[in-house]
Design a protein around this ligand. Structure first.
Ligand SMILES: Nc1ncnc2c1ncn2[C@@H]1O[C@H](COP(=O)(O)OP(=O)(O)OP(=O)(O)O)[C@@H](O)[C@H]1O
Length: 289
């Protein structure tokens, strides 16, 4: 890594930024199914520029699928997904690469390249997309590692030599390297102790508020929701959603969750099994010995 204080880092060039608060990501009647398994049905959801939306819901209800649909890693079976009014589902490969540059992802387990050093992991996207020369790469890597509170000297280590919290922070530094407009987080605090969970929550908050970024955070962690969300969207698994009913069973502020009208929302946020225990017992009986 280059010596000396990190230099101010101009953002890689991006298209014009629409007015804050405008519609940014729109799901219009989106359905997705894998073979016979329907996961999302007629989803209509708008995420506005500048807001941080936490997506919660039982395991398997389609939260990660939602993130992957946004960046075209999965394609809907029907419906449209718009980003700044452009239909993501109809983009060619070149347009998709350009679009993905506007996103930063922090996936479950940080998804670092194990064979690369911390430095090379954070530098990866900058080099891949040839956004700047090596000197500039060095200053961005130093700056991003500093932003996420990782000490100098750590950049030569391999991911296997890091703690879980450090790996997440490297993942965040890498996601931020290209100065994305939108951050997508998939269970960013899973597997971390309560203190490190709070450190990551603080970093998410700083990233969102300080950098005026939009964010979609998939999480099971209610402390993350309370800390970072402007808005919470809760999905219910489609297999247990009645015909004609919406899978989105809550869409509102985080402080409204505990008093939500729908008992499924209240049970989820309080971590109560409730009806679910009886449903599972009934399923087991139906499956037979
Ligand atoms: N590429 C795929 N091929 C087949 N099925 C898939 C694929 N991706 C997701 N699924 C299925 O879609 C459903 C929703 O998956 P998803 O990963 O979105 O769940 P989730 O809500 O994020 O769950 P968790 O909280 O456990 O991470 C699951 O039943 C999963 O098996």
């Amino acid at each position: 890594m280059s010596a000396g204080p990190p230099q101010p880092t101009p953002a890689p060039s991006k298209g014009p930024t629409p007015a804050p608060g405008g519609e940014m990501i729109e799901f219009q009647d989106v359905c997705i199914q894998f073979r016979q398994q329907k996961v999302l049905r007629n989803l209509n959801l708008t995420i506005r520029r500048g807001e941080t939306v936490c997506v919660i819901g039982e395991s398997g209800c389609g939260k990660t699928v939602l993130l992957k649909l946004i960046i075209g890693l999965l394609h809907p079976t029907s419906g449209r997904i718009l980003f700044d009014g452009e239909d993501v589902t109809r983009m060619n490969a070149r347009a998709m690469v350009k679009l993905r540059l506007r996103f930063g992802f922090l996936f479950q387990m940080a998804a670092l390249f194990d064979s690369l050093s911390v430095y090379d992991n954070v530098a990866f996207g900058l080099r891949e997309h040839k956004v700047c020369d090596e000197e500039h790469v060095a200053s961005i890597v130093a700056e991003r590692l500093q932003d996420v509170g990782l000490p100098m000297g750590l950049e030569r280590k391999k991911p296997a030599e890091l703690s879980g919290g450090q790996r997440k922070r490297v993942g965040l530094a890498r996601a931020l390297a290209l100065d994305p407009e939108v951050m997508l987080y998939d269970e960013p605090t899973t597997g971390l102790d309560p203190i490190m969970t709070d450190v990551i929550n603080e970093l998410i908050l700083q990233t969102q508020r300080g950098g005026h970024k939009s964010g979609v955070v998939v999480t099971h962690e209610m402390r993350t929701v309370a800390k970072v969300a402007d808005r919470v969207v809760m999905f219910f698994p489609l297999a247990r959603t009645g015909r004609g009913q919406s899978q989105v069973i809550y869409d509102g502020p985080p402080d409204g969750l505990e008093e939500a009208a729908d008992p499924r929302v209240r049970q989820f946020v309080k971590g109560e099994a409730g009806e679910r225990l009886r449903e599972l017992a009934a399923q087991n009986r139906a499956a037979g010995p």
